[in-house]
Design a protein around this ligand. Structure first.
Ligand code: UT7
Length: 311
């Protein structure tokens, strides 16, 4: 499933809860240590504590402010999350009310790939007539982690990132690839009321395979090669996964945006937080070509090639 349409990101924002849990904190109750966690994952800290709606509202408000618009100007809010505040209604309902969004509201569940799925879906909806969409990736994985299980407690955190995307005559989504292999549902899941259970090694292997192949399809679809890409904005699950994918794509790690040391894996939030970080610190500049690439339980994956043109 590939294609290209005409939307342009004009605003961005991110939010991490104040409470920080360091590797040293975890080592006080678990049989683990800072060096192992850093060497095997790249993670130093994780932020824990917000509800998905609270974090979405903070990040969403920032994105609206940075685009210079209000909720009144938004035709739809999409909240990509795997940790909705409630089974029903969708978390997007709370966001719609709090940000006074004039248009519709819906949630999207593709786990860690959710934000990129939302971005591609938003582009399609802009092509059919909507003017402006707020896409949020937000997750509170701290609630789904067994803090007594060292294999998963070290990996996850909470956070939210958001973008405003507007209809534009100049397409900036040059190509994308969305995919899934539901026969791999067993390698990572959480049941209702349960904790995250995963086969870490299998997720690692499948992720590297899926993202590499998907990124190549998205670049082919966009008519570009890895040499054209200025920045790779990957899902932040494990620094070694990012390094393996970059190596297979032939992309120097200096061109990968890495925020995992601070954020850990906060699922649908990692890509928009990485994007927000690199735009605010000046690495991503107008005209740059971005490759977004991620994967999530399901298994799902999504890649997008974007021209950064916030104007
Ligand atoms: O969005 C998707 C979310 N999930 C993922 O992305 C998970 C992807 N997988 C991973 O990130 C990695 O597989 C892990 C970080 C989960 C594990 O890293 P690994 O390099 O695959 O380690 P391992 O499971 O092969 O374990 C190596 C050793 C084992 O000890 P022995 O058998 O060699 O003596 C483990 O028992 O490290 C031990 N170990 C730990 N030691 C200290 C496992 N977890 C820990 C720990 N602290 N937290």
């Amino acid at each position: 499933m590939t294609g290209s349409t005409g939307g342009r990101i004009t605003g961005w924002g991110a939010h991490l809860p104040e409470k920080v849990i360091t590797n040293e904190d975890l080592a006080q109750t678990l049989d683990t240590n800072h060096d192992w966690i850093v060497e095997r994952t790249g993670i130093h800290r994780r932020h824990i504590g917000g509800s998905t709606s609270e974090m979405s509202i903070h990040a969403g408000q920032q994105a609206l402010d940075s685009a210079g618009v209000t909720g009144d100007d938004i035709d739809l809010v999409i909240v990509a999350t795997t940790t909705p505040d409630q089974l029903m209604p969708g978390t997007s309902a709370a966001v719609q009310a709090e940000l006074a969004i004039a248009g519709g509201a819906c949630d999207m569940q593709a786990v860690c790939s959710g934000f990129s799925y939302g971005l591609v879906a938003a582009n399609g909806l802009l092509a059919t007539g909507l003017e402006r969409i707020l896409v949020i990736g937000a997750d509170a994985l701290g609630e789904r982690v067994d803090w007594d299980d060292r294999s998963s407690a070290i990996l996850f955190g909470d956070g939210a990132g958001a973008v405003v995307i507007e209809r534009s005559d100049t397409p900036t989504l040059l190509g994308f690839d969305l995919g899934a292999d539901g026969s791999l549902r067993h390698i990572g899941y959480a049941d209702h009321g349960g904790f995250i259970t995963m086969d870490g090694k299998e997720v690692f292997r499948a992720a590297v395979r899926a993202v590499t192949s998907s990124a190549n399809k998205a670049m082919a679809n966009a008519g570009v090669t890895i040499a054209d890409i200025d920045w790779f904005v990957p899902h932040q699950a494990n620094i070694r996964i990012i390094e393996s994918i970059a190596g297979r794509l032939g992309l120097p790690m200096e061109q990968a945006i890495v925020t995992i040391a601070e954020t850990a894996n906060n699922s649908a939030a990692t890509i928009p937080i990485a994007l927000d970080t690199a735009v605010r610190d000046g690495r991503i500049a107008p005209g740059d070509l971005l490759l977004l690439g991620g994967f999530g339980f399901g298994m799902t994956w999504a890649s997008a090639v974007l021209r950064w043109d916030p104007r």
